[in-house]
Design a protein around this ligand. Sequence first.
Ligand code: ADP
Ligand code: ADP
Length: 218
Amino acid sequence: MIEVRGLTKRYGEVVAVDDLTFAVRPGEVTGFLGPNGAGKSTTLRMILGLDAATSGTATVSGLPYPDQPSPLKAVGALLDPSAVLPSRTAFHHLLALAAGNGIPRARVDEVLAEVGLEKVGRRRAGAYSLGMRQRLGIAAALLGDPPVLVFDEPLNGLDPEGIVWIRSLMRRMAAEGRAVLMSSHLMSEMELTADHLIVIGRGKLIADMPMKDFIAAH
Ligand code: ADP
Ligand code: ADP
């Protein structure tokens, strides 16, 4: 579902992502683990076409993300939860995204309910807590009912209730047959969540194996 081949990103002398090759399969949560600065965000941003690769390719369901006829229906992404305009209501943020992607208006109320924001959807996002902004980001990711989800550090800064909620959502999305890629710098976040583990360090691939094999080997 996501295929990364020889993906490399240089910033001058710094090789942020160094010849990465891996696949993210449907029906699994794939954990993308590495310490801060390892190159996780840069990799995810290249998969989503937000950063240009120095070399190599990344495709989603066979096409580069920027070539997808309807991006939100191809990939749901959660990058920076604070990216939502504070003056906008959750409802209008989602409505604008839906309109731009040929998604029916009724789906907006559906995803607001799915993430538990139905009661506050008409309030401005500027008044939201981090956990609520995270839920709004997830609502945007689910809007197009995409077969692939890419979440960058989705558990960061959340309270225990939010962590349990996002974790069970990712499990459910994988059980429905979606490919779910989540990054984290914490092994403890992976153990309860991921079926498969990809580990990077200094931009290079260190491990790519089922979680149970990784645990047995370490
Ligand atoms: P992670 O997400 O694993 O914390 P990043 O992908 O953010 O890692 O960063 C990987 C490396 O690339 C780091 O050394 C970081 O300093 C560098 N880097 C990331 N973005 C830029 C940029 N825009 N310009 C220069 N260096 C960058
Ligand atoms: P712009 O209209 O400024 O070019 P976009 O339409 O790409 O920007 O994105 C606008 C908003 O939609 C941003 O908040 C972004 O985070 C969100 N967004 C874009 N693509 C996706 C996606 N695949 N999944 C989730 N949110 C997305």
